[in-house]
Write a protein of this length. Structure first.
Length: 183
């Protein structure tokens, strides 16, 4: 979505390799989505619409971020955005639950801090540094490898079942990323 929206907003052409990568990636997503839709019905459709809206809003955020990152730098932008996200999340949590967060064991806080640093803050700094170097569109397309890695990790560590259709969709998404990095 970032590539298409950026091309529309900035009035630039989508390259042939980007078009091929987009086609492969979306074909892989559609393949997995259609199979899940067949088995789970309307719940998958509702979830799919929610994911689409989230992806669209994130795409707009990435496009706007790319401009700001070029102006203020990736590290400063990430620090600002992480600070705002932390404050808003804290306010939301406090509004919903009050001060219930103060009575947990120390391990709870240590694990939460580790997850925040290693699963949110560091990846955000790396993603924004990448965006500063290669642009929002390429960053977004390359980051589509994340869900593919999640499938693989779920298979190896959690022993999740993977259907042949999921493998085919995964192969298409990996193919789309390889088209991009080949360049």
């Amino acid at each position: 979505m970032v590539v298409v929206l950026s091309a529309w907003y900035y009035r630039r052409a989508i390259t042939r390799s980007e078009r091929h990568a987009l086609a492969l990636g979306y074909l892989g997503i559609a393949l997995v989505f259609m199979i899940n839709l067949q088995f789970a019905g309307l719940d998958v459709l509702k979830g799919g619409v929610s994911v689409f809206v989230a992806a669209l809003s994130y795409s707009v955020f990435l496009i706007a971020s790319a401009h700001t990152i070029q102006r203020v730098g990736a590290a400063r932008f990430t620090a600002y955005s992480m600070t705002v996200a932390t404050l808003l999340t804290t306010v939301h949590y406090a509004a919903q639950h009050g001060v219930q967060l103060v009575n947990f064991p120390a391990e709870f806080y240590a694990l939460g801090l580790a997850m925040a640093v290693f699963c949110t803050v560091i990846p955000a700094f790396l993603m924004n540094a990448g965006m500063q170097r290669i642009g929002a569109g390429m960053t977004a397309m390359l980051s589509s490898i994340g869900p593919v890695m999640t499938i693989g990790l779920a298979y190896f560590f959690l022993h999740e079942a993977i259907a042949p259709v999921q493998l085919a969709g995964t192969a298409l998404i990996i193919g789309s990323v390889l088209l991009l990095v080949r360049r």
